[in-house]
Design a protein around this ligand. Structure first.
Ligand code: COA
Length: 412
């Protein structure tokens, strides 16, 4: 039975000390799940409010697309009064999340020991670039995590340089891992009554997502990786272009009219070959012993995908999608960002949503990929800087005059 008015994390209070992308992506998910997320920003605000602006003097899309479903307060953590107010905020929170550079929260005077003294039920989640050890003090950004987590060395073509992927696996990928840790800690608290520390390193999250490449690294010791398009193998997993990486071969083949994203990714499962052979106008290859079995095709996958491309280059990718799916062949057209933002099925799924913002007008954002039957997500616009100062500081017992004074004194 649906309980229409509540949300999964209703009543859970999150003290959101995050900035840039990795941390905000995590707390935005907590907000979508119904938690009360209070974003604490230095009086100057999260730097991304001003980065990559498309409109003058208006919070950037960088900020607005990562900070929905949150309230905003400003607080100067380097002032004594700021630290006192922060202590009150910690006392009333279930979860604190931060992704400052290494040691920043300790330098503010809030070590894990101190935070536990203030609130033993607090779950304290931190995102850093790296775990303890030789990289621990280093700062990190998205592509650094991709570089050091196994993604860049395995992305791209054999004869080209390592490449970054457009998917933000280092930042938002780490954010998702962090949410999993936080929710588990929240659940364990039910039994123990205690909060705990949750630490996630961006390098570790990317490595977790590159698990299959570490599988292949170990397979390499027993010989060449037959499903890779590469001919020569050294002692490291090579970049393998658009090879599927799984047990079933796949490749991106070109489609009409030949634009930069006119490609379709096709996977040839064993039962798919005969219908594909027929579709591409080569029915004789279905029975030909040189082509009929996966083993026969394995040494000439490049030639196989060439044959498929001789057909696909004459189809639009949407036509190829329909034709291949009619035969039960797994495939996917390469969708551009424009096609995605205009995709009606994604809009119907609330994955592309319109949000009204008082300063920028309507903007589009990506909705929640988590669909819970009893906890539907309503995407609520990101807060303006300090928009909820009066409201939240009143919850701490401060009067409007107190709040005005804090502003004058540079505390908020
Ligand atoms: N009031 C006063 N000062 C504040 C504050 C507040 N509310 N919030 C933050 N600050 C201060 C901190 O105390 C710190 O000062 P300190 O270095 O004097 O102690 C400073 O602002 C923040 O430092 P830092 O987070 O290191 O910022 P940066 O711009 O130098 O580095 C990153 C940015 C992203 C590289 C760094 O935060 C980092 O490595 N984070 C962890 C990994 C990560 O999440 N990276 C991905 C980002 S998408």
């Amino acid at each position: 039975m649906s309980n229409g008015n509540t949300k999964a994390l209703q009543g859970v209070r999150v003290l959101d000390m995050t900035h840039v992308q990795s941390g905000p992506s995590a707390t935005q998910i907590l907000g979508w799940l119904g938690a009360d997320v209070v974003k604490v920003e230095a009086p100057g605000g999260d730097i991304t409010r001003r980065q990559l602006r498309d409109l003058p003097d208006v919070d950037s899309l960088y900020f607005t697309m990562l900070n929905c479903n949150k309230r905003s307060v400003t607080l100067n953590m380097k002032s004594d009064r700021g630290k006192e107010i922060f202590t009150e905020l910690v006392r009333r929170s279930d979860i604190m999340v931060e992704n400052f550079g290494p040691g920043a929260v300790d330098r503010m005077g809030f070590t894990w020991e101190r935070l536990q003294e203030i609130n033993p039920r607090l779950i304290y989640a931190s995102i850093k670039g790296f775990g303890p050890g030789r990289y621990a003090d280093y700062k990190a950004y998205e592509v650094i995590a991709q570089a050091m987590g196994g993604s860049m060395s395995t992305t791209g073509f054999e004869d080209g340089p390592p490449l970054a992927t457009g998917a933000q696996i280092g930042d938002s990928g780490t954010g998702i891992h962090t949410v999993a840790g936080i929710l588990a800690a929240l659940y364990q608290r039910e039994a123990t009554g205690r909060g705990q520390r949750v630490q996630v390193a961006m390098q570790h999250a990317v490595l977790n997502l590159c698990r299959v490449k570490l599988r292949d690294q170990q397979r390499l010791t027993h010989g060449a990786l037959a499903e890779y398009p590469n001919e020569d193998f050294g002692d490291e997993v090579p970049r393998s272009g658009n090879a599927s990486g799984g047990g079933q071969p796949g490749w991106a083949v070109r489609c009409a009219p030949g634009g930069p994203n006119d490609y379709i990714y096709v996977i040839v499962q064993p039962p798919g070959w005969a219908p594909i052979a027929k579709l591409i106008g080569r029915p004789e290859l279905a029975e030909d012993p040189e082509w009929a079995t996966p083993e026969a095709r394995l040494p000439k996958l490049d030639k196989m995908f060439q044959l498929i491309e001789e057909w696909s280059i004459r189809q639009s990718k949407s036509h190829a999608l329909a034709e291949l799916n009619a035969l039960g062949v797994p495939c996917g057209p390469i969708l551009s960002t424009r096609e995605l933002i205009e995709d009606t099925s994604l809009a119907e799924n609330e994955m592309i949503v319109d949000v009204d913002h008082p300063e920028r007008g309507t903007f589009k954002t990506v909705g929640s990929p988590l669909k819970l039957s009893d906890s539907p997500v309503d995407v609520v616009r990101s807060p303006l800087l300090g928009e909820h100062n009066q409201e939240i500081y009143a919850e701490l017992g401060l009067t409007p005059e107190d709040v005005t004074g804090l502003k004058t004194d540079g505390v908020i």
